[in-house]
Design a binder for this molecule. Sequence first.
Ligand SMILES: Nc1ncnc2c1ncn2[C@@H]1O[C@H](COP(=O)(O)OP(=O)(O)OP(=O)(O)O)[C@@H](O)[C@H]1O
Length: 690
Amino acid sequence: MDDSSDGGATAGSTKKKSAAAAAKGKATGKGKAASKAAPKSKESSLLKQKSPAEFFAENKNIAGFDNPGKSLYTTMRELVENALDSAESISELPDIEITIEEITKSKFNTMIGLVDRERVDEALYDDFESSKAREKRLAKEARFQETQAKNAALGKKVKDTPAARGKGRGEASFFRVTCKDNGRGMPHEDIPNMFGRVLSGTKYGLRQTRGKFGLGAKMALIWSKMSTGLPIDIKSSMKGQDYITFCRLDIDIHKNVPHIHLHEKRENNGHWHGAEIQVIIEGNWTTHRSRILHYMRQMAVITPYAQFLFRFLSDAAEKNLTIKFARRTDVMPPVPLLTKHHPSAVDLLLIKRLITDTTKPNLLQFLQHEFVNISKAHADRLIGEMGPDFNAKTTVNSLTSQQLVRIHQLFRQAKFDDPSGNCLSPAGEYNLRLGIIKELHPDLVATHASSPQVFEGHPFIVEAGVSIGGKDVKQGLNIFRFANRIPLLFEQGADVITRTALKRINWSIYKINQQQDKIGVFVSIVSTKIPFKGTGKEYIGDDITEIADAVKSALKQCCVQLKSKIVKKLQAREQQDRKRNLNKYIPDVARTIMETLGELADESPPKRPRFDKEDEELLEKINSEEVTEMTFRDCLTQHVEQVDYEMALEYAMQSGVSEEPREAIYLNSLEGSYKFVDFQSPAFVFRFIP
Ligand SMILES: Nc1ncnc2c1ncn2[C@@H]1O[C@H](COP(=O)(O)OP(=O)(O)OP(=O)(O)O)[C@@H](O)[C@H]1O
């Protein structure tokens, strides 16, 4: 249709065009002359529409599908996040299996019924290598291997062999990505739209969820359609259903509707509930392997109550990988609650939509029940303030556009209490701390959870953790970002958390060396609306003062806690150093005293006593060897001990008994087995066996 209107500027579109030209003429006041202008009328025929599916297919980078490697990563994370949302929505401890299976080109060709074909004209291909270039490359590889062998023999680090790269795009790699969960499952009838219609989902309400846009799963399908042409497979059953839905579909990009290949019910003998989604896409494991594994590791940190089984399967056995991220706790954060809009956060359109959807007939009830923080008395006062055209009994459907503007204006200017934030479900300091200890094994860790705060009428909570030292932690800042309990791995530089940690915290005043210490910075933000930049959910911009301030304050709180621990450690070390230094000088000092006193004792006794009685006695004892160099050594050692003990005592008195060393301990359960209970701390584990 678009094409025909492009080319055929005559019959069918003439009416439309002249109407448009007339409208334009009216608007600009140029009348007839303008409507005659040929180029303008041609311009209007260029008008086209695009379906949301087409738009996202053409701009897939804004949804995190920039290239094959990133698309593999994003597909996997979209499926995992849906799986977690689903299990948590029914308060089920998530049990999630993710498999990425590499499919060789010939296997892929067999799958789609394409016969493999040998290359005939080699020089036609982008990765063609002349014999001279091949010789050069092989020589280089041999040299590299020689160096590696030498390094290995010397016990030095051995690098991976660099992958031989063609100069062009090279051969595509295909992967089957499967994600299986034990969640809510999906209603049979809704599945085609959930996966085959862009911008459709169940998470548009005002609730803290990982998903929000109704886009992720569809983008995986669009990418599969673009790169392999294959449909998506969905298997799902809801709790108590005696059947499992099997659905295979792809998407009609132009119409933005599902194109169903199979949609049927099969028996559910095992009472299974959950979903299993499978999609075959082009990807790049080599470039995005570490990102995928990082994502899984960080997801395990922020979701210690979930169990993840991650598998990478390939025909090359040495590439195969199975990682189990075991459940570390059975304590799940509370299910986030659906909340209502805050009056300060609604616009005109939203007010109109709420009026269309409401079951409340009059203005008073509408205000009282469709918004948070408007009580009956408050609603009455607001209506009074709106003017004589409004009263409590005004039916909402009769409100004119002007009246809606009045309501909107009042909402913007009136004072409302902030939303309470009890609809949110933060990870919890316990889970955050547990995750940090489990992953980094730090020497010190401090955590802090902010009280709920507000940004544009949406409540948010910031939780932060700062750790010092640990395993596999590089020197400097190691930043871990989470939003609605999703790890954020890309666009680190522009993110509010990174910028705050790098620019707004003066680490040195907390006795933390930003360059040399191994610092772990963890920040998790939850909200009913995370202001992500873009639909790829990769970072939160640094332009929202409320969030930037809350992140800074939470990190500072952690630093304050750490400072007191660091100062204590430093004092203890200084004390040890002082004692060691004093002890080091004892032999020299004892010898010198002994020599001096020995010389005095050797002198013939003077006629008049030079010393008092005590000193004379000492000299006598030196002469009789009752006091020796060893005596001085012993006395000095005892004195150093005594001074050290007194100082330690004084310090303990000053800091008070409550400041005595304390360690946080954690209660963990062992997955699947409840025969005993572990109390864990970084220093020890107590196991209770009933
Ligand atoms: N594993 C699953 N279990 C249950 N429901 C699912 C699952 N995967 C997807 N869904 C349903 O399909 C809908 C669409 O998913 P999709 O990933 O496209 O968007 P979303 O998760 O709502 O938002 P976003 O684009 O921000 O991820 C979801 O809202 C959810 O209702």
